[in-house]
Write a protein that binds this ligand. Sequence first.
Ligand SMILES: [Zn+2]
Length: 129
Amino acid sequence: MRLILPRPLASKIIGGLREDEEVCGFLLGLEGEDFRVLDVVFARNELHSPTSFRINPREVLEIMERAEGRGLQLVGIFHSHLHCPPIPSPDDLRGMELWNVPWLITDGREMRAWILKDGKVVEAELSLE
Ligand SMILES: [Zn+2]
């Protein structure tokens, strides 16, 4: 299982990073043998926090409905870390239990992807294409 991310979309994530709060959003695409990202959609971090993020459920619903209308699936969730490496935090782990798709985390320097497998966090292979 790989998370395949086109470079222009990786650049879009990096281009949207902020220094005052974590940014977050959804990776949309197609899930088959791999998770192939075809679009990146930023969401509002309603906590405006440099150490955590939360997306309003209404915004989640709107983004998912628009994705469905375009024939795209949720293939991942992304967010940034400002002061720690791109490794899931305890809060992230709770989120990963709810959203069992790859979680892409970046600190602006590196990008890593994680997924829960049998209740354990494992690193997913990230392919930039
Ligand atoms: Zn995090």
